[in-house]
Design a protein around this ligand. Structure first.
Ligand code: ATP
Ligand code: MG
Length: 387
């Protein structure tokens, strides 16, 4: 649905109440909007800070009707929101991103097909939805990673497969869910870019970010001059833009890439929303990815964000609350906050669990070297392995 400008004073809605929704709410409220969050969880990070919190399931007709009644426009903060919910809402009010784009992002096979259509290289892969397809897998895809087509995040729903014999048990382990088998590629490093695309096709973007994953979970994002060769960033941006244009995308989109040992660029996946790797932009850029989300859904002008400070983000996982696996502790935030340029973001989650994203720390400074040194010191204080 095309629409005009929605000015501050109106209410903006978000499907999903996780940390991304919380930071969206913060950005929207900072600009003078009212906010509504739809999430079944009473204690959801975004629900706790929003003006309105509708506590129903994502497909609950009454919940969706209430959201549509309250809001001038709606966005989403996680890609597993049922596409049907977005379609229902889109009949009543502007929704960005659109259900069709979210449906592509929530299914690995459709996502890869879209990348191929846009002319962006993907990892060699095979779709596995039947025993016949499993039996027909080419040995050239091994060693590989079997990934469920839907509902995967933080490396969940993935099994490594070394030999043809391991394939059937791996599929059993994933309960014979529709899967994609991907060849395991030799990575030099990983990177991502967050862009926002408006109704008129305008695209603005944050700088290309370099990401370090540990155990399938993002651990560190750095946006330092030396971490991304300029020629390379141009290639990443061109690919990301064609992926967004290819689905007439409206909203914030993150595109994640692998850079192979031989220098080739391969697209990994997209997120139809702000992304963990763009959190640094709250403190290191003059327009954050969450402000971009507000602007895109409200039809406000999309201006090119400017990074004003080198930045490095450390994810704060629940593991930090447990030393040597014993009693829960509160990590020594005071010692970290004594360091210059440390910006602490905690998501208000009540229970810390290993691997759970509890918050992040962004370090900014006047030089890359200073940022890196401070971030390493913060990591040491918190018990995060050096990078
Ligand atoms: P997210 O939380 O980003 O949605 P996810 O569960 O969708 O994660 P992927 O992005 O598919 O998982 O993979 C997580 C990480 O595992 C990647 O960032 C990369 O480090 C590694 N990985 C995944 N696929 C491959 C591959 N084909 N070759 C090498 N490494 C891979
Ligand atoms: Mg990923």
């Amino acid at each position: 649905m095309s629409h005009g400008v929605i000015l501050p004073g109106a209410t903006l809605g978000v499907l999903g109440g996780g940390q991304l929704g919380r930071m969206f709410v913060h950005a929207a409220q900072g600009m003078g909007y009212f906010t509504a969050v739809l999430d079944p969880d009473t204690d959801s990070p975004a629900g706790r800070v929003s003006h309105h919190h509708i506590r129903t399931g994502y497909e609950d007709p009454q919940g969706l009707a209430e959201l549509a009644r309250l809001c001038a426009a709606v966005t989403t903060e996680f890609e597993n929101v049922p596409a049907g919910a977005l379609q229902t809402l889109a009949r009543a009010l502007p929704v960005a991103p659109a259900a069709e784009a979210v449906a592509i992002a929530q299914h690995r096979a459709r996502e890869k097909a879209h990348f191929v259509r846009c002319g962006v290289p993907v990892a060699p892969h095979a779709v596995i939805e039947s025993p016949e397809q499993l039996a027909a897998v080419s040995a050239t895809l091994l060693p590989g990673i079997l990934k469920t087509a839907t509902l995967g995040y933080d490396g969940k729903g993935q099994v490594r497969v070394g030999t043809p014999q391991e394939l059937a048990p791996a599929w059993e382990q994933l309960r014979r869910a529709p899967c994609v088998l991907e060849k395991r590629l030799p990575l030099a490093f990983e990177c991502s870019v967050v862009l926002a695309r408006g109704q008129d096709g305008t695209v603005v973007h944050l700088p290309v970010q370099r990401n370090l994953h540990r155990d399938g979970i993002l651990a560190v994002t750095e946006v330092l001059e030396e971490s991304m060769p300029a020629a390379f960033a141009g290639q990443v941006l061109e690919a990301a833009r064609s992926i967004a244009d290819g689905m007439a995308y409206v909203g914030v989109l993150c595109v994640e890439f692998f850079v192979l040992a031989d220098g080739r660029l391969v697209v990994n996946e997209i997120a139809p929303r702000p992304h963990n790797s763009g959190h640094w932009s709250i403190d290191g850029a003059d327009v954050s990815q969450f402000e971009l989300q507000v602007r895109a859904m409200a039809g406000l002008p999309l201006v090119q964000p400017r990074q004003h400070s080198p930045a490095l983000m450390l994810n704060l996982l629940g593991d930090l609350w447990f030393t040597q696996g014993t009693n829960a502790r509160t990590p020594p935030w005071d010692a970290v906050l004594r360091l210059p340029g440390c910006h602490l973001h905690l998501y208000g989650k009540l229970d810390a669990r290993a691997g759970r994203k509890m918050g992040h720390l962004t370090v900014t400074g006047s030089s890359s070297a200073a940022v890196r040194a401070t971030a390493l010191r913060a990591a040491q204080i918190l018990g995060i392995a050096p990078f």
